[in-house]
Write a protein that binds this ligand. Sequence first.
Ligand code: PLP
Length: 453
Amino acid sequence: MPSMSETEMLKAWDRRYFWHPFTQMQCYGDDDPWIIERAEGHYLYDVDGARCLDAVASLWCNVHGHRHPRLDAALLEQLGKVAHTTALGASNPPAIRLAKKLVECTPESLQHCFFSEDGSEAVEVAIKMAAQYWANIGRPQKHLFLTLDNAYHGDTVGAVSVGGFPLFHEVYGHLLFPTRRLPSPYVLQWEQCQGDAAQAAKLWLNTLEVVLLAEKDHIAALILEGGVQGAAGILPFPPGVLSGAQKLCNTHEVLLVVDEVATGFGRSGQLFSCQKEQVEPDLLALGKGLSGGYLPIAATLTSEAIYQAFLAPFGEAKQFYYGHTFTANPLAAAVALENLSIFAEGYLLSEIPNKIEKLRAGLEVFHHQPWAGEPRQFGLMAAIPLRDPATGAAYPYGERVEYMVCKRAREMGVYSRPLGDLLTIVPPLSVTEQEIDTILHTLFDAMAEGRTQ
Ligand code: PLP
């Protein structure tokens, strides 16, 4: 018998040993595993030698493309010094510099930076900080969190608690802490306000105010994504929601946590999405693009008032009880610093409006197609609903037609990922306008082909 090729062996081991995230492993075994061996710029190369345009920025985190010479060099330089040391009772130069730069480039209200490893953790940190803040200043009864239907803030227990995905609450509900849920502003806009954004913002803010008036003595914080409910299917907030929420939170002594894990680092067209409405949050969660999508590092930025509430004589136990083995890892911090240096040069952000417009114009061809619903866009992220032309509705969940269409697009050279019944386009920010065209044309063809198996 011929011996297995190395590629076949890897695929067999992948199926046998590697339990993949958010994956039904029983189905994973049916497919030919897609194993990415290397990447260059905006292209991924798999072990079978095929190349594919990365239209989802490796899960919305890649900023400047893969193997960026400056990011690679920053990483290698730091590797020549030390790969990891602890931040508990010690510090390291890249993390110190990164904390300073993050405070300088985020809204003025944010004065201190706490590191963690990924977006879910940045949210966990924000939740624990907000609750402990109120306890430390003698108001422990303020421990409830206000959040949105369909919110996604990550998949750890705290992050799921403040999330609003019914499925996750169904499966893990017994582990979660209770929250107060507000309607999704986008759903309100389209289900109750006939698409009128101004009316929806007003209605949503009224709803928020009613809840705040009734329960402000028990509410620690309101947590909102940075202007769009991303994982819920790219559901943009009507303008005025974020800034109006901040005003109401200030008035009623409730903290505002803005989760910019997905929207931070240029995705909205601004470095941070909350800057669009001059929002000054009390806590800001960042992840994904912080290291340009290179290494796991996240950050929670806090106001001076929150930081001050944790200062006390040692024995009073007011310090923040959080910190993991790899917190503030110097390799990740060094590459994040270089990422911010590239942003500071300005050219990337200045090019984004044209790319956003290119994406908007290109999405028009999907309107009124029998196999597509209305596309949605927020900055340089978009989603196109896949529809069964026979019924005009989404395909039944279990049939995985979205998955098959994405697989077909990949065979045509573009990697997109399904998100429920949607196909997503969230490319690296350095994507070219020509590549945006390629992504749109390929998805158009793959979606028009529809069910292929
Ligand atoms: N918050 C938001 C808004 C997100 O979109 C995500 C991930 O998509 C997270 C938090 C969780 O980030 P991570 O997957 O890095 O834990």
